[in-house]
Design a protein around this ligand. Structure first.
Ligand SMILES: Nc1ncnc2c1ncn2[C@@H]1O[C@H](COP(=O)(O)OP(=O)(O)OP(=O)(O)O)[C@@H](O)[C@H]1O
Ligand SMILES: [Mg+2]
Length: 368
């Protein structure tokens, strides 16, 4: 069978290795620049992953059996479009477009009322800004916390607006009620409208104003009753957003009162090594294989989970102690992988400012 894989930068290597492992003929589609994975594919096409028509034509001509990608927001609409056009398994193009717009997601959840979410206002250039604080100002179409800021008073609004506009390709940005609480994400896989929640991930972030993630841990330490409610909420959200097939990564804030607030969902596995590494390390479920199976329309239902602890700590100026932690522990049997970039540490304003990490798997949560 033949599988098209969108995106070829180094983090996506697990998709290519797994597809090869599964005996598939692989079609790598990405810009040539930085296409690290092209050497691991049977065929390479130098096409931007946003060129949905070109990719649909190619997949039709080559009689591709499935199209897959992961942790890449830009690939979500293309994957859906190609699947629609070529009769392959996937979500609808309409659902994909909604899932890459924070505004459209919020509108849908408002209509269907399946989950609590922050109050929100969509802003165009020059619109009056509601004076309701604290609030979060963010692009409707961005990721990696680019352009996201918390504002506590009117004086902070202008700088936050400028940051959001600078990170946005759209003519709209959003202002949301700020929800205080713990942050989690939920990693799931869906097939033909059935949803399998695989893991709940606890996050550590820099907090306000920029909320860059500094660590992830699975399983979550939230009380079981809240975790159960989170799982049910995610299934309802996936239904409401018509995310019937493929991996997903949903983000929530949980208040001290245990109320669950929807932040956003990605119609793809989570970045930050969550979908490529942590889910399989903590649960034993081969998430990447699952994504490929869904694309090929021949899914095996996930089995009972392994019950390990897994996590990642990121190095940055804000978490400079992680460097010593890595150097001291890199040879331990629980240290799965680590990296320290040879660059000066940066203060975190977005995910790309991080400069190293260590991933662990253990029978307990590793706390620095
Ligand atoms: N309404 C809100 N209330 C409280 N915190 C929020 C709110 N909106 C966003 N945040 C915080 O900002 C972070 C980034 O926001 P959001 O997920 O909307 O942007 P993003 O660009 O998709 O970021 P990422 O790719 O890191 O998930 C959230 O994970 C959360 O910590
Ligand atoms: Mg997010």
């Amino acid at each position: 069978m033949k599988i098209a894989i969108l995106g070829a930068s180094e983090p996506h290597l697990p998709l290519y290795l797994k597809a090869r492992d599964m005996g598939l003929e692989t079609y790598c589609i990405a810009w040539a620049e930085g296409a690290f994975c092209r050497d691991y594919a049977d065929h390479f096409f130098d096409i931007s992953i946003t060129e949905k028509e070109k990719i649909a034509d190619l997949c039709a001509k080559e009689k591709i059996d499935g199209i897959v990608s992961n942790a890449l927001e830009l690939a979500v609409p293309t994957m859906a479009y190609v699947a629609d056009k070529c009769g392959l398994n996937g979500i609808s193009y309409q659902a994909a477009l909604r899932a890459v717009s924070k505004k459209e997601m919020r509108k849908r959840i408002e209509q269907t009322a399946v989950c609590r979410q922050p109050g929100f206002t969509v802003l165009r250039q020059g619109d009056p800004v509601p004076e309701i604080f604290p609030a979060v100002i963010k692009p409707t179409d961005s990721s990696c916390s680019n352009g996201v800021s918390k504002v506590s008073c009117a004086e902070e609004v202008q700088a936050a607006l400028e940051r959001a506009w600078a990170a946005s390709a759209s003519d709209e940005i959003m202002m949301e009620e700020f929800i205080d609480g713990r942050e989690i994400s939920v990693e799931s896989i869906s097939f033909h409208g059935r949803h399998y929640v695989l893991a709940i991930t606890d996050k550590e972030t820099t907090g306000a104003p920029y909320f860059v993630e500094t660590a992830h841990h699975q399983p979550s330490s939230l009380p079981d009753a809240i975790q159960e409610e989170v799982r049910n909420t995610v299934r309802d959200l996936l239904d409401a957003l018509e995310l019937t097939d493929g991996a997903s990564h949903a983000e929530f804030k949980i208040t001290d009162e245990g109320e669950i607030y929807f932040i956003e969902i990605g119609a793809r596995g989570g970045g930050d090594c969550i979908s490529y590494d942590l889910v399989q390390l903590s649960t034993g479920y081969d998430f990447v294989k699952g994504m490929i199976e869904v694309a090929l329309d021949r899914f095996t239902v996930p089995e009972a989970v392994a019950g390990n602890y897994a996590g990642i700590y990121y190095l940055s100026q804000d978490t400079s102690y992680v460097r010593d932690f890595i150097l001291k522990n890199r040879d331990k049997n629980w240290a799965i992988r680590w990296k320290i970039d040879d660059v000066p540490l940066k203060s975190l304003k977005r995910s790309q400012d991080r400069s190293g990490y260590i991933i662990y798997k253990s029978d307990h949560k590793i706390i620095i």
